[in-house]
Design a protein around this ligand. Structure first.
Ligand code: SF4
Length: 215
């Protein structure tokens, strides 16, 4: 049988940077391509290019990095069909699998054991219209929501959404700054005073090493 193939931008070991597992060693596989163009996207280098790779090679290379935690990211990983067997094989190998997704692809095919970290696109992303509201109904308690905020308007919009839908009840919700336009300290004060169960996310890898690929 022919093995599925993936388009892969990079596979590397780093520190998980922006979820409740931030700080743990983690192997990353970044799949190539995304149909969105968020204003503040920090992985535009994954829009094009990449290497064509058979699924077993991709799995072997991720497992060779030797971490318990594995993150499938992009680009938008769910835009490649082979991502589903990829996640299943990583789960079968005993890994805790995180999936970073932009929230514009339906989540109904993702194995329930995968921890989904789902973006909610605020207006400042320029991609608010792409969000699939149905995805909010497909989340499990272990999944997480991430809002990247460009400014105070984004913060107010996101906080209103958390309140209206009670998104922080029993689920991790992270507000992270778009580094180019919103000072982390300013967002920290808004989060501190917002009265909801919301975490400040700081993209630990950027604090440690700056905004560079493969880190
Ligand atoms: S969905 Fe993610 S990868 Fe795609 S443009 Fe937005 S931030 Fe970048």
């Amino acid at each position: 049988m022919t093995e599925p193939r993936l388009r892969v931008t990079e596979i590397f070991r780093s520190i998980q940077g922006e979820s409740t597992r931030a700080g743990f060693p983690c192997a990353f596989i970044r799949l190539t391509g995304c149909s969105l163009r968020c204003v503040w996207c920090d992985s535009a280098y994954a829009f094009h290019g990449g290497s064509d790779m058979a699924l077993p090679e991709a799995v072997d290379r991720v497992l060779a990095l030797g971490t318990d935690l594995v993150e499938v990211t992009g680009g938008e990983p769910l835009e490649q069909d082979a991502v589903y067997p990829l996640m299943e094989r990583l789960l079968a190998a005993g890994k805790t699998v995180l999936l970073e997704t932009g929230g514009h692809v339906l989540l109904d095919r993702v194995d329930p054991r995968v921890v989904k970290i789902v973006d909610v696109k605020a207006p400042g992303s320029g991609m608010q219209q792409a969000a699939l509201v149905e995805n909010l109904g497909l989340l499990q308690p272990h999944d997480e929501l991430k809002f990247v905020l460009a400014d105070r308007r984004d913060f107010d919009w996101s906080l209103a959404m958390v309140r209206e839908r009670n998104l922080d009840a029993g689920r991790a919700v992270t507000f992270s700054p778009a580094w180019e336009t919103l000072a982390p300290g300013e967002l920290a004060e808004w989060v501190r005073d917002c009265g909801r169960r919301i975490r400040l996310g700081l993209q630990l890898h950027k604090v440690l090493w700056g905004d560079v690929p493969g880190r």
